[in-house]
Design a protein. Structure first.
Length: 129
């Protein structure tokens, strides 16, 4: 689920708007585009290896619950397109199959995206050391 967070540069006071998830895996700072100061974002984003177990569990639950919900919404939209937009009447069995395939497909794509973010984070951390 997306959020917009506002950060104020401690040096020049320029405001920065960062969009992302409530808590995500990634570089734990942004660089002020006015003065070049690093702005700490660890409250909203951190590298995977630097996270505690509690934050890793929150991210895992977010993937399971929130991304699963997005898959459910995508399935409902797909069924609506078939029945409402295309005028194709689906049987109960076809609704279950189409909904299940779309739900699983969206969920798998979002899980793969999160796994790639974690892998990138681990590589960044290990390459720095």
């Amino acid at each position: 689920m997306g959020t917009i967070t506002h950060y104020l540069c401690p040096s020049c006071r320029k405001e920065h708007h960062v969009s992302g998830e409530f808590y995500e895996v990634g570089v734990p700072y942004i660089v002020c585009n006015k003065c070049g100061t690093r702005i700490d974002m660890r409250a909203a984003r951190d590298e995977w290896d630097s996270m505690g177990v509690d934050k890793k569990i929150r991210i895992g639950l977010g993937v399971i619950i929130l991304d699963g919900f997005l898959g459910f919404i995508a399935a409902a939209v797909a069924i609506g397109i078939f029945e409402g937009g295309l005028g194709i009447k689906l049987t109960t069995e076809n609704v279950r199959i189409l909904g299940g395939v779309v739900w699983v497909g969206v969920w798998v794509l979002l899980v793969m995206k999160k796994k790639a973010e974690i892998a990138d984070s681990i590589n960044r951390t290990r390459n720095r050391n």
